[in-house]
Write a protein that binds this ligand. Structure first.
Ligand code: ATP
Ligand code: MG
Length: 184
């Protein structure tokens, strides 16, 4: 059984994730999709909860007509010790052959446990990136075209845009402090 693992925070799920999932599914029997930093939410760099990201991914995979018997979606919480993280991931996931990730730390930690790594082929990385999606949301630019339609719907359902804009607002005291330090 060829079963691989792909890991990403997916804040939010975007077309790059779907492209790499589709491409990988052509090469394997089953794919485990690990949602990283699952416990984090309500921060500008991690706005959505693990559960909201499970919802985005489930709807997007359905929109792309991907056979549900081919994948497992597993939320992966961070742990304090990087050196123990691979064991933590193995505890939570079905057995897998190799890991697919563009993240240098993920690559390093799996290599130290002798688990093979594959660098994914990148799709339109300038635009299909979580950082770019969050930047566009904050700047009122077109973010919708970077996401599957079903993910846009989920973000609307959970009032995600309002959340991101609200948490980006600074407190009056912070603005006053910045003004003061800029003058000095
Ligand atoms: P962020 O900017 O928030 O870090 P991201 O776009 O890098 O978001 P992650 O949630 O960090 O996405 O997921 C990272 C993994 O998803 C990568 O290691 C890679 O495997 C895959 N991935 C992300 N974007 C693309 C893309 N455009 N093409 C192919 N794979 C991608
Ligand atoms: Mg990333």
């Amino acid at each position: 059984m060829k079963r691989d693992l792909i890991v990403g925070r997916m804040q939010p799920v975007h077309k790059g994730h779907l492209n790499v999932i589709q491409e990988t599914l052509d090469e394997v029997d089953e794919l485990i999709i690990g949602i990283g930093s699952a416990e984090k939410s309500h921060r500008l760099s991690n706005p959505f909860t693990g559960g909201e990201r499970v919802l985005m991914l489930t709807k997007a995979l359905r929109e792309y007509d991907i056979d549900p018997s081919k994948y497992y979606i597993i939320p992966l919480e961070d742990i304090a010790c990087n050196s123990l993280w691979v064991g933590h991931v193995k505890m939570l996931t079905p057995p897998f052959r190799k890991v697919i990730s563009g993240n240098a730390l993920v690559k390093q930690l799996f290599a130290e446990e002798n688990i093979p790594h594959k660098q994914p082929h990148l799709f339109n990385r300038e635009e299909y990136s979580g950082t770019e999606v969050r930047r566009r949301i904050l700047n009122n630019e077109d973010w919708q075209s970077l996401l599957p339609k079903s993910v846009v719907k989920v973000i609307e359902e959970i009032k995600g845009i309002e959340r991101i804009r609200n948490i980006a607002q600074k407190e009056v005291s912070e603005i006053a402090y910045e003004k003061k330090t800029n003058q000095n």
